[in-house]
Design a binder for this molecule. Structure first.
Ligand code: NAD
Length: 484
């Protein structure tokens, strides 16, 4: 019998699950080196569905010798083929990859939701289309590099080592691979240990698109494989997305090596709501800002700064809205909040949330049923948060929002900038002049006005301060892969 769920708003939802079979899961996945899949020489691991803790597949892991082979293959491909190709020829390959991602979009979306825990609505409507859009976008640049503003004849750098996190597995791979290839570099990519499946399926797509062997190599594995990529002397450029702690370690290890480096690290973004903001719209932006992808978003609006005069009204509306969020099966098309990606991440979210209570903030979550198996955390709101408390300073990387208040625009700016991070910020007000004034004061790489978490391949993305350096996306994203 079909279980019918009734939300607090009175809407009745029948389950609407996407079939897991669409993901075409294989029992085992291999590493991708020199255009071929082959067993890794590291110890194979089981990747787990975080929504039910069931193993999904066995994934081979690379070791240092595999890294060496991948770098050799990438070097050969760079010198013999890829860097010599005219941009228009590289563009054809990138267009081909973009179209193949679109063609296999449904499969990739289900696979991503299985491996990561994110709602199918998000993988289907955001991750996969945006990944394809990045390949389309950079395909367009491949034969126009001389017009990108980096000199008349910009050259590629060489072999790029790319290490990515688990929160947007395919999208992060696309952010890294597309500009690197467009600019004429070859790539050794290491996906995150808990989410290797879509990157390996992308490798399959790349092989089917007949890319010359070695142009892209994909090496699943843990931190040791990442470190072997970063430290390999045959790599010319490192692009890393992940935590600030690991980013700092990488920066130290490549110091004086001559390797180029770009770092996309953590964040603790302020989402700032003024008393003249369109409240209903702001509520949607706040929810999207922190609960999209379970808050596993580097640019999440995790600090809500509300003008004091509207604090109570806004918090009440926000609670009403949070009561309508549906937590559960990531493959259900009605799900808003999926699973937390791993037991380790869940433990971190719990620890930081408990510290919020211990430091005196008020914690609130809507009533919701937490599934018995899997890793789950309810949408959580903290009010009465002090600026010095850990939940206002540290990146939680989960569905947890800290609410603070301000009285004047200057106070909002001061509080927003009172963080070691600087990745993004949001401003909600109907005054255009205030938006421009604020945007100039905020030390954040991206400032959204009356919206949040909008991504476009044509728009550069990146950090200030401990959120890293270098830009991905847009014309700016090419600079990280050009020796000009
Ligand atoms: P993490 O730093 O632990 O891991 C990221 C990647 O680095 C993984 O592939 C991991 O295996 C690898 N790695 C770990 N230690 C390494 C080492 N010593 N040398 C080389 N590689 C190593 O981060 P995470 O927990 O997987 O991801 C979450 C973090 O990523 C958050 O801080 C988030 O803000 C950040 N992030 C930033 C952006 C951005 O664009 N700024 C985007 C997404 C995520």
């Amino acid at each position: 019998m079909t279980e019918i769920a009734k939300s607090e708003t009175g809407f009745v939802y029948a389950p609407a699950p996407e079939s897991a079979g669409i993901a075409r899961l294989k029992p085992a996945y291999e590493i991708f080196v020199g255009g071929e899949f082959r067993p890794g020489r590291g110890e194979a691991v089981k990747t787990v569905n975080p929504a039910n803790e069931e193993p999904l597949a066995e994934v081979a892991e690379a070791n240092a010798a595999d890294v060496d082979d991948a770098v050799t293959a990438a070097r050969r491909a760079y010198e013999d083929v890829w860097a010599k190709l005219p941009g228009s020829a590289r563009a054809k390959y990138l267009f081909r990859i973009a179209r193949a991602i679109q063609e296999r979009g449904r499969e990739l979306a289900v696979l991503e939701s299985l491996d990561n825990g994110k709602p199918i609505r998000e993988s289907r409507d955001v991750d996969i289309p945006t990944a394809a859009a990045h390949f389309f976008y950079y395909a367009g640049w491949a034969d126009k590099l001389g017009y990108a503003g980096f000199g008349p004849d910009p050259r590629p750098i060489g072999v790029a080592g790319q290490v990515i996190p688990w929160n947007f597995p395919l999208l992060m791979a696309a952010w890294k691979i597309a500009p690197a290839l467009a600019a004429g570099n070859t790539v050794v990519l290491k996906p995150a240990e808990t989410t290797p499946l879509t990157a390996l399926t992308l490798a399959e797509i790349i092989a089917e698109c007949d890319l010359p062997p070695g142009v892209v190599n994909v090496l699943p594995g843990g931190p040791a494989v990442g470190q072997a990529v970063v430290e390999h002397p045959g790599i010319d450029k490192i692009a890393f997305t992940g935590s600030t702690a690991v980013g700092k370690q990488i920066q130290r290890s490549v110091a004086a090596s001559g390797k180029r480096l770009s770092l996309e690290l953590g964040g603790k973004a302020a989402n700032i709501v003024f008393d003249d903001a369109p409240l209903d719209q702001a509520i949607e932006g706040i929810v999207n800002g922190i609960f999209f992808n379970q808050g596993h978003v580097c640019c999440a609006g995790s600090r809500l700064l509300v003008q004091e005069s509207i604090h109570d009204e806004l918090v009440e509306s926000l609670r009403d809205r949070l009561r309508t969020l549906r937590l559960g099966d990531p493959l259900d098309k009605n799900t808003d909040i999926g699973a937390i990606n791993s037991a380790a991440q869940l433990a971190r979210i719990r620890e930081l949330s408990d510290s919020g209570v211990a430091e005196g903030a008020d914690r609130w979550s809507p009533e919701c049923t937490i599934p018995e198996r899997g890793f789950w955390f309810p949408p959580t709101l903290f009010t009465g948060v002090g600026q010095a408390s850990r939940i206002a300073r540290e990146e939680i990387f989960g569905p947890v929002l800290s609410v603070l208040t301000f009285r004047t625009p200057q106070e909002a700016v001061d509080k927003a900038n009172n963080t070691p991070y600087g990745l993004s910020a949001g401003i909600w007000t109907e005054k255009g002049s205030r938006i421009l004034w604020m945007a100039n004061q905020l030390r954040a790489g991206v400032v959204w006005a009356n919206t949040f978490n909008r991504f476009d391949p044509a728009s550069p993305f990146g950090g200030y301060k401990e959120s890293g350096f270098g830009r991905e996306g847009g014309r700016h994203g090419l600079e990280a892969y050009l020796a000009h």
